[in-house]
Ligand binder design. Structure first.
Ligand code: UD1
Length: 422
């Protein structure tokens, strides 16, 4: 078990380079498993979720070569099985993309049910509905999902709920299916566009990614043999952007796509934060004499406010002036970190999907546990803003998604150390 010890209370200031997007990388790497030739993928973040996924690829026979930090060469043509039953699959959520990728590749797949953060029921009914629309038979038993089709053929799918995972998975299964597939009410997240751009660069014909209707003209083979760079991580960038007003500091995130950050930037401006956009940078700070004001947030699929920044934004509401509201529309149980924040002095009432946050809290250090990836990051942030010492336990969950977290925070002036404990 690992933990962070944080001595909080000092402003974080400086520049921080943002890594490649975790969720885009998981999807793009998996998309590479449907290709008919090798490819090189660059700008991958150095996080445990990706090392687990690449290990799963090796387990099933794919050729994985690490060329340099953040850059791999993948060849899926050496995959020798459609069965992915290793326990490793349960460690991450992103392994669910192997359903679409291997179904597209072999016409069949058997996958142990994927794991990932626990913030409510995480069904895959829409993924299966999509595969069925392409002619596959699907079955779930004893924790294993099996899908099989004599021949995958294009079809129409309407997603009852906007789902990132289902949108990507259906794209992966459809990209080599015979004929045309149309996904209606598709997710529009930047990483959906990234996967489509990646597949198109490798020979696919996908149109409309980034809108709610995606059209895929199946191609029998995808020759690949190209290099692709993954987009920067919005959630990592957003975490550092929030840290600036939270600690009374001045932080510039570098290597970002400012457009992707608009749902957060707009809320920060509403709260009184100065947000200065460059071509690929965003600087956040409080003007002298100004104060942080509470606001109301609602998490929504992109371009709404991202649920993966909800815990971090809630911490910011704790130190703002006035009463803020956070409505969690995506996940049914994503306020599990609130008890830990209360222990640190936060004044938050939750009811179902609503959290009412009384601002002006003087956060103080405590011992808390990271219950999931973003919740854990939020507790680290609270510790950095709090007076005294905070110990955050189970930080393996945080390191699933934040590369060089301690190192990047330390460079911004944070006093944070990582400890191994029993
Ligand atoms: C992805 C992200 C996760 C993020 C989430 C929402 C990855 C690896 N994870 O998760 O970080 O929090 O998007 O932005 O990229 N749903 C169904 N049936 C399904 C699938 C989903 O009802 O078959 C519902 C879910 O219960 C949830 C909503 O749809 O309420 C959105 O889920 P989805 O977008 O699929 O999330 P993930 O792809 O699992």
């Amino acid at each position: 078990m690992r933990s962070y010890i944080i001595k909080g209370g000092n402003p974080l200031t400086g520049h921080v380079k943002i890594g490649g997007s975790k969720n885009a990388s998981l999807a793009v790497l998996s998309a590479a498993m449907a290709l008919d030739g090798p490819c090189i993928i660059d700008n991958l973040p150095d996080i445990t979720d990706l090392s687990v996924l690449l290990q799963i690829f090796s387990d099933i026979g794919a050729t994985v070569e690490y060329l340099e930090p953040g850059k791999v060469r993948l060849d899926a043509t050496t995959i020798n099985t459609h069965e992915v039953l290793h326990d490793r699959v349960t460690q991450i959520r992103g392994s669910y993309y192997l359903m679409g990728a291997l179904l597209g590749r072999f016409g069949k797949v058997a996958l142990r049910m994927p794991g990932g953060c626990d913030f409510g029921v995480r069904p895959i009914d829409l993924h299966l509905k999509g595969f069925e629309a392409l002619g596959a038979k699907t079955e779930m038993s004893y924790g294993i999902v099996s899908c099989e089709a004599e021949e995958l053929t294009g079809g129409g799918v309407f997603l009852d709920t906007v789902s990132v995972g289902a949108t990507v998975n259906i794209m992966l299964a459809a990209v080599k299916a015979k004929g045309k597939t149309v996904i209606d009410n598709a997710a529009r997240e930047p990483h959906i566009v990234d996967v489509a751009n990646f597949l198109n660069a490798m020979g696919a014909d996908i149109r409309g990614a980034g809108t709610d209707v995606i059209r895929i003209n199946g191609r029998p083979t995808l020759p690949a043999n190209k290099e692709y760079t993954v987009i920067p991580d919005q959630i990592e960038a957003g975490t550092y952007m929030i840290l600036a007003p939270l600690t009374g500091g001045d932080i510039t995130v570098e290597g970002v796509i400012p457009k992707h950050m608009e749902p957060l930037s707009a809320k920060l401006v509403e709260m009184g934060v100065e947000v200065e956009e460059g071509d690929d940078t965003i600087r956040c700070y409080m003007k002298e004499g100004s104060s942080l004001q509470a606001a109301s947030f609602k998490t929504m699929p992109y371009p709404g406010f991202p649920t993966d920044l909800q815990p971090q934004a809630t911490v910011l509401l704790c130190v703002a002036e006035g009463t803020g509201r956070m409505i969690e529309n995506v996940w049914e149980n994503r306020f599990q970190y609130v008890d830990a924040l209360r222990l640190m002095g936060a004044n938050i009432i939750t009811s179902g999907r609503l959290a009412v946050v009384q601002g002006n809290s003087h956060l103080t250090g405590s011992q808390v546990t990271a219950r999931d990836l973003r919740a854990g990051a939020a507790l680290v942030m609270a510790g950095l803003a709090a007076r005294g010492t905070t110990k955050v336990l189970d930080i393996e969950r945080v390191e699933r998604g934040y590369e060089y977290f301690v190192e990047k925070l330390t460079r911004l002036g944070a006093r944070i150390e990582r400890f191994e404990s029993e």
